[in-house]
Each structure stands twice: as structure tokens, then as C-alpha cells.
Design a protein around this ligand. Structure first.
Ligand code: SME
Length: 137
């Protein structure tokens, strides 16, 4: 029942709230499965613009989560070999999948300029956010 634009407005507001209120969240965005292609497409986000608007499944942290259906917490991005760098200021990343009817349809991706900032509390909180997001898609 939601139009695409009103859903994107809500997703953007979620990004803005998270980035503004949580000090170690410095880039916050959504990627979604791009139609029936085996790739992710960038949705609403806040932070530095990224060149990586399309990410093939399996590539980078985001692409790996599209395939694994699991949370991916990266305490040190420099230690990852399958990683897509968007900004030299980024030290750590967390990606949490979004499930609709049990299907992994996208994810929230958060970059931090702080080394090793993400805890299990972030995972639980972001799982909660993703469950809410799933209901408005
Ligand atoms: N670092 C991500 C790419 C997306 S940017 O963080 C916005 C990755 O390795 O998948």
C-alpha cells in the first residue's frame, strides 16, 4: 500500500536518526536485492556518497551477507580480503540482513570511523530495526 517514495522517505529518516544519535554510526544505508538479478542496489543512505551503488552477490561484506543470510560484524576492515572500500576514513563495518517472509531481501549497512566499535548490543538493536523495516516494505 505504500508508494515507493514514501517508503524511501521512511528509510531515509531511519538512516538519519541512526547516524545522528549513535556516535559510532558514521555511514548508514540500505541495500536491496535488485529485482531478480544476483546483485544489490543502493537504497536510501546518509553519509559520504559511494561509487558502489550496485554490488554483485558475493562481493564485499554486503555481497557476502546477501549470500550467507547472516549478520557480518567487521571490527577491522583492513583485515578483510573480500571488502569494498568506500572511504579511507572507515575502520569498521556491520551488515544485518532484512528478511521478508523468511527471504533475505536486503540489508542495513553501517560504517564506523572508530576501530572495533560494534557489540552484540548493536546486532540485537539493528536486528530489531531490520524487523521493523521489513514491515514497512
Ligand atoms: N564496504 C561495503 C561496501 C558498501 S560501503 O560500505 C557503503 C562492502 O564491503 O560490501
Amino acid at each position: 500500500s505504500n508508494t515507493a517514495s514514501s517508503t524511501d522517505d521512511k528509510l531515509l529518516q531511519i538512516c538519519q536518526l541512526l547516524e545522528a544519535n549513535i556516535e559510532h554510526y558514521n555511514w548508514v544505508g540500505f541495500y536491496f536485492k535488485n529485482g531478480d538479478k544476483n546483485e544489490l542496489k543502493l537504497g536510501p543512505y546518509v553519509g559520504e556518497p559511494t561509487d558502489h551503488t550496485i554490488i554483485p552477490f558475493g562481493k564485499g561484506i554486503c555481497g557476502q551477507v546477501a549470500v550467507s543470510n547472516q549478520n557480518f560484524v567487521v571490527p577491522d576492515v583492513a583485515a578483510q580480503d573480500n571488502y569494498i572500500a568506500c572511504s579511507i576514513t572507515v575502520k569498521a563495518e556491520i551488515v544485518i540482513p532484512i528478511f521478508v517472509n523468511g527471504e533475505n531481501i536486503g540489508q542495513i549497512d553501517i560504517d564506523s570511523n572508530t576501530p572495533d566499535p560494534f557489540t552484540e548490543a548493536d546486532e540485537r538493536f539493528l536486528e530489531f530495526v531490520c524487523a521493523k523495516v521489513a514491515k514497512l516494505l
